[in-house]
Every structure is written in C-alpha cells, then in structure tokens.
Design a protein around this ligand. Structure first.
Ligand SMILES: [Zn+2]
Length: 198
C-alpha cells in the first residue's frame, strides 16, 4: 500500500468508488475527505484505499516533489511543524559526496571553520549530548530522530518524529519511549530526552 517517492516519504493510493484513476495521497485518513496530490478532494464515502500503483500522471509527477506532498498533507489536516521539517529535510537532502576527482585542485586559501557555538549539556528536559541543534528548539539525533522542545526557553519536550522502529515500554512509575537512537523517559512526571545509551 505504501511506496517510496520523494526520499523518506510514504504515499498511499486511493481511487474513487466509481472507478477512474488511482491517485496518491500522503495519508488516507481514518474518516473524512482525502486530498490527492493532484489537488482533488474526495469526499469520505466516495473513495477507497487501494493496493495498486497510482496511474494518475499528475499525482505521480508531484510525488517527486516533497513540497507538493507537504501541501497536500496540510490541506488535509493540520500537521505538526515537525512533519513539515522532515519533509523539507527530505527535499533538501543531498546525495553523499563522491570522492574528490584527482583533477580537482586543492584550494589555495585556508578554510576557515567558525567555532561551533557552545551547547549546554542539558537544556531543560533534553540531554544535548549527541544531538545537533536545528534552531527554534528543534534537535536532530545522528539516527535521524527529530525532537522539538517547546515552552519558555524551549526546555520542555513537545514532540518527536521518527520514520522507523519505535518501542514504548511501561515503567513502574511512568513510560519509556525508544525511537531510533533516542530515548524519552517519563518517570513520575519527570521527562528526559537523550540519545540512547548503548
Ligand atoms: Zn491524481
């Protein structure tokens, strides 16, 4: 039912009950209308999710454009800021650099690397070790987990987005969530977000 188009983004196929082309959508809602990538809004009782590959040319073309997928998603429902960020990230992700060709001349000028700004060990509920700050309270782990902190000083855990394995475990006095290389624990109301200790 899902297939990959723009990197890291899964799409689903829908078709009108009356037949016709198979369209793509970022997500088939449990109920309510669905917005296709080609911009059609199908009312809740008029479409079905299908397993077959899409054959709507507009949908297929737009499936290669992460910003289109993002806007289709947001027309359909109010998504989180994080989803938007991960879509943007997918859009701008560049292929891994190749080895420098032998003909490339080394730069004559020394490369000036600005010192990284100092990051405190802990920002509220987040243990920053291993995370990269993406600005505005958003942090990224080496494993591709995106964490958004909110509140005053961006010190409170708000959201986590990860396209991969997630395990939630009940603890005596709370819960632990492991998503990729990130661990969120909530014990007796104390929340901590950190890179998982191996
Ligand atoms: Zn379509």
């Amino acid at each position: 039912m899902s297939r990959t188009s723009a990197p890291g983004i899964r799409l689903e196929s829908v078709r009108r009950k009356s037949g016709g082309r198979i369209h793509l959508t970022p997500r088939v809602p449990k109920s309510g209308p669905v917005t296709t990538l080609c911009g059609q809004i199908l009312d809740s009782s008029t479409y079905v999710e299908v397993e077959e590959a899409a054959d709507c040319a507009n949908c297929i073309r737009r499936s290669r454009d992460a910003s289109r997928i993002s806007s289709a998603f947001f027309e359909q429902e109010e998504g989180s800021e994080l989803l938007r960020l991960s879509l943007e990230q997918a859009r701008f992700r560049k292929p891994a650099p190749r080895d420098t060709p032998a003909s490339a001349k080394p730069s004559a000028r020394p490369v000036v690397v600005p010192p990284a700004p100092a990051v405190p060990d802990q920002v509220g509920e987040l243990v920053t070790l291993g995370f990269k700050a993406a600005g505005n309270g958003v942090w990224r782990s080496p494993g591709g987990v995106v964490v958004r902190m909110a509140g005053k000083g961006k010190e409170k855990f708000a959201e986590l987005v990860f396209d991969g394995a997630v395990v939630a475990t009940r603890l005596d006095d709370g819960m632990r969530l492991r998503a990729g290389d990130v661990e969120v624990t909530n014990t007796a109301g104390d929340v901590q977000v950190r890179i998982k200790r191996s």
